[in-house]
Design a protein around this ligand. Structure first.
Ligand code: ARG
Length: 413
């Protein structure tokens, strides 16, 4: 049950300083009208008379997590041809359930990168209006891309069915027009695909989609209207094309090579590598309807992506937290943190990717991603020290968003 937002003194055993990994022991957080007004040792913070108080004994407070790549209107139970049976309305209804699950898992902000019929715009607005619980959403609407391409089109049926994706746009001017249409219907960012993908029929992960000319037009149109661009890209050439064109975030980045790494650093682009989802695709994918050609593509992609994740981290590319939840179950978003540690990050770096860095890539630094005065009161808690055991983030027991408590369950120990 959501409590009302006013003035609240939240106390806990400790608070993680996400910038340097230090802890404030016996911590307190003063929250007023949805924002943090003070954070520090309990003794230093005075609550105004009448403030509500909430103590979380033994808990560590952290900023709410951010996932930059989810598909709330996609269900992991409907892959391949099964998805054709779901209307956009049905997917939107599933999205309501998925949004709640995501919030309860500690993700107080997510970026939704691809949804039909602007179902993600509707979901964002319903959450904003307080009609349904969910994370703060930044949404793309339909991805913009080429005919027959990954994420923009749908290649499952023969020509006589006339199945075509909403965001198909060939040529620079068509790409600009598609961006304009998406903005008209309320999106916060533009999603495009500059290579083929794993889960689409008949596309190749290594093959570029769009010319640099088309991508440049798309990015220019989006940037001139104040929106950022996320590009799905697995293959090295398509990654470079997108970076050349000036996209803000590269999603997947599986086959990024040294020149791609250099270019990402030079351009200041962020890299969001979804290195958990391969476990689901190769584990449960087949029984969920994932096409055998997709399973084949995943076998050629997942491992290399993990090796390249390590390379990118070592090279100092700016990393965000992108999981592709929706391919696998919503609410399992935090599972990737431990994989990021296995493949080269410190626990603090993994947490920074999912807070500070992602906030910056959303252009929301100073508001999201830290527990500091002036920030929105998005707070989660785990029992114990998350820098010793990153998997604690998989069982978040307290969730506050905008100063409203959505989850407060009994701590496990
Ligand atoms: N949506 C992505 C695609 O179809 C999923 C890629 C998952 N595999 C991976 N190794 N990250 O291309």
């Amino acid at each position: 049950q959501a409590a009302s937002a006013d003035t609240l003194l939240l106390t806990a055993a400790r608070l993680l300083d996400i910038r340097d990994g230090s802890f404030v022991e016996n911590a307190a957080l003063l929250v007023e009208d949805g924002r943090i007004v003070a954070a520090g040792p309990r003794g230093d913070i005075e609550a105004p008379p009448g403030a509500r108080r909430l103590d979380l004994p033994g808990a560590t407070l952290l900023p709410g997590l951010i996932d930059m790549h989810v598909h709330l209107t996609s269900s992991p139970d409907y892959h391949g041809f099964r998805r054709l049976a779901l209307s956009d309305e049905r997917k939107a209804i599933q999205g309501v359930v998925h949004a709640e699950r995501t919030l309860y898992a500690g993700f107080t902000t997510v970026r939704n990168v691809g949804a039909g019929s602007f179902g993600d715009v509707a979901l964002r607005d319903a959450i904003e209006a307080g009609e349904v619980p969910g994370p703060r959403l930044f949404v793309s609407g339909p991805p913009v891309g080429i005919t027959g391409g990954h994420c923009s089109d749908n290649n499952l049926l023969p020509a006589e069915y006339g199945l075509e994706g909403e965001g198909v746009a060939d040529g620079p001017w068509a790409a600009r027009a598609a961006v304009r249409r998406n903005i008209k219907y309320g999106v916060d960012l533009i999603k495009t695909c500059s290579t083929g993908g794993v889960l689409s029929k008949g596309t190749k992960v290594g093959a570029p989609q769009y010319s640099v000319e088309e991508l440049t037009a798309l990015v220019d149109e989006a940037h001139s209207r104040g929106l950022r661009v996320a590009s799905h890209a697995h293959g090295a050439e398509g990654i470079r094309n997108a970076l050349e064109a000036g996209v803000d975030t590269i999603e997947h980045g599986s086959f990024i090579d040294d020149s791609g790494i250099r270019l990402a650093k030079k351009k200041g682009a962020w890299l969001g590598m979804d290195i958990y989802v391969t476990e689901f695709i190769l584990g449960e994918g087949e029984e969920k309807g994932i096409l055998s050609e997709s399973l084949e593509k995943e076998r050629m992609t997942g491992e290399t992506q993990r090796e390249n994740f390590r390379k990118a981290v070592e090279a100092g590319v700016k990393m965000i937290y992108s999981t592709d939840a929706g391919v696998y179950p919503h609410g399992h978003n935090a599972r990737q943190l431990s994989r990021m540690v296995t493949f080269g990050m410190t626990p603090l770096q993994a947490l920074q990717a999912a807070t500070l860095n992602s906030a910056e890539a959303l252009d929301k630094d100073g508001e999201l991603g830290a527990l500091e005065p002036g920030y929105l009161a998005d707070v989660i808690a785990v029992q114990g020290n998350p820098l010793d055991d990153i998997r604690l983030l998989e069982s978040v027991h307290f969730v506050m968003r905008d100063g409203v408590v959505y989850k407060h369950s009994r701590a496990q120990d």
